[in-house]
Design a protein around this ligand. Structure first.
Ligand code: DGL
Length: 255
């Protein structure tokens, strides 16, 4: 098989990476994709660094063995924990990670207040802290860990009262001072963008890294001459470490 014809792997701890997959398919509908969610072990964001690194590497190893031309780690937590090791391991393959979209938020409005919602692990690791430091002279950047939020989404609870109450509580401490934008620093969160927008306030601008990641994937495929011919329609195969989550993945993708 010509390498160009191989699928792109998109990996997440569960359902979240579907928000990135949507962007990739929008931009490159002619590609084939394998989406793999590790819902059996989700959430990753409250595990230890070693656990997340091991889980991520073993799933990417599996996907590479299946035969893929590129890997997208569509999970901020897994990227922070394992992207460096994976790039070392798969030197000849594009390995694309995702990180909280702080840069566009900073440039959106001068001296603004930016809340960065993400998992406790993403926000505690060096990768994020370096990113935040490089922009903190331009904006007031406030990390907002959201333990427990991923679980609602994994269960398919996308707009229940519990998740709405959770979001209300999350934004409460920042109401008085006010905030201009919110970075969705976990790929699960764009799947509930509507209720996050409502809870944050209609004037607050939301940012996520999905589109940027899809563009980076396209750039990296083009660079290696690995883009599919444009006149075909690609297909998507959904896989999950929990068999009964496969149909939820396909449903969320179409939503
Ligand atoms: N979707 C993942 C992210 O972008 C994390 C979810 C989890 O905690 O498993 O960080």
């Amino acid at each position: 098989m010509d390498k160009k014809e191989m699928p792109v792997a998109v990996f997440d701890s569960g359902m979240g990476g579907i928000s990135v997959l949507r962007e990739a398919v929008n931009l490159m509908p002619c590609e084939d994709y394998i989406y793999y969610g590790d819902s059996k072990h989700a959430p990753y964001g409250t595990k230890t660094l070693e656990e997340v690194r091991e889980l991520t590497i073993s799933h990417i190893d599996y996907l590479v063995k299946e035969g893929v031309k590129a890997v997208v780690i569509a999970c901020n937590t897994a990227t922070s924990a394992a992207v460096r090791v994976l790039r070392e391991k798969y030197k000849d393959m594009p390995v694309i990670g995702i990180e909280p979209a702080i840069k566009p938020a900073v440039y959106y409005k001068e001296n603004s207040t930016i809340l960065v919602m993400a998992t406790p692990m993403t926000l505690s690791l060096e990768k994020f802290n370096r990113l935040m430091k490089s922009y903190e002279h331009m904006a007031d950047i406030i990390p907002v860990p959201c333990p427990g939020l991923v679980e609602f989404i994994e269960e398919g609870d996308l707009d229940g009262e519990d998740v709405k109450d959770y979001l209300h509580e999350i934004f409460l401490p920042y109401r008085e001072k006010g905030f201009d934008s919110v970075v969705l620093g976990c790929t699960h969160y764009p799947l509930i963008r509507g209720i996050i927008q409502k809870a944050a306030g209609e004037n607050v601008k939301l940012f996520d890294g999905g589109e940027g990641t899809a563009k980076e994937l396209k750039r990296r495929l083009a660079e290696k001459n690995l883009l599919q011919d444009a006149d075909r329609k690609g297909k998507i195969v959904f896989k999950n470490s929990l068999e009964d989550k496969v149909s939820l993945s396909a449903y969320l993708f179409k939503m």
